[in-house]
Design a protein around this ligand. Structure first.
Ligand SMILES: [Zn+2]
Ligand SMILES: [Zn+2]
Length: 243
């Protein structure tokens, strides 16, 4: 079987050669990924340790000798914990931008595979994408957080529920400071009661909010506040990249 599978794979690779979307190298069939070579995957800065258990900030204790995280000191988060798959630089940044600005569906199976180990505990869980305001969604044609949810759902066997609506059009967070980001997000989200009733979601269900990039955590916090207001007690945050 293994030989037959390899043979078919080699024939398919000759007929339709696949290339790494990042460096352009021919993939030859030895990469586990459809559009990424192993050398490029090796260059991704995965966040697999040394991150703050509360806000997920990577390298938070590097050379500072501090026992608590400077990023979340004095702040309250409505989510229980926060994790990101990789840092927002190099190929990690390129993947996020490809999905966010080009809606590149071809990368989604590879995104799922990249998350296989670090997000391996998601089986059977509920993923909730951070919503876009309907006007921005209409202009873009898709919500990148929903695309990321679909990649995680098919890899890990979880379900995606659009539990939240963005009820206030907000400014882009890029370029805003931490306080401005929080103010920008106040009351931006609301729980969609219709979805809660239709899908019969229990209030003690473990919910994972999903976004493409997480920087200060203000957006995730605002989403978690809306969920907490509707009685959802166990909310965690996940993002593809950490800015
Ligand atoms: Zn490559
Ligand atoms: Zn922290």
């Amino acid at each position: 079987m293994g030989f037959a599978k390899n043979f078919v794979g080699t024939v398919l690779d000759c007929l339709w050669p696949r290339h790494c979307f990042h460096c352009g190298d021919w993939l030859h069939g030895h990469s586990h990924y459809l559009h990424l070579c192993l050398r490029c995957v090796g260059s991704i800065n995965f966040i697999c340790g040394n991150s703050c258990p509360r806000c997920g900030h990577p390298h938070w204790d590097d050379n500072r000798g501090e026992s608590d995280c400077w990023n979340c000191r004095g702040r309250e988060f409505a989510f229980r914990s926060c994790r990101s798959l990789f840092e927002y630089n190099g190929l990690g940044r390129a993947i996020v931008r490809e999905i966010k600005y080009r809606g590149s569906l071809f990368l989604l199976p590879d995104v799922g595979r990249l998350s296989r180990e670090l997000f391996g505990d998601l089986r059977g869980k509920v993923l909730v994408p951070v919503p876009l305001h309907w006007r921005r969604r209409l202009l873009r044609g898709y919500n990148q957080s929903e695309l990321i949810c679909s990649a995680l759902a098919s890899e890990h066997g979880c379900r995606t529920l659009r539990l939240l609506r963005r009820v206030k059009p907000t400014r882009q967070q890029v370029g805003l400071g931490r306080v401005q980001r929080l103010e920008n997000m106040v009351s931006a989200f609301a729980v969609d009661g219709h979805v809660v009733r239709k899908k019969k979601i229990a209030r003690d269900e473990e919910i994972f909010l999903v976004d493409d990039v997480l920087t200060t955590g203000s957006t995730m916090h605002a989403c978690a506040v809306a969920l907490a207001g509707a009685g959802f007690r166990s909310v965690q945050a996940l993002s593809l990249a950490r800015g």
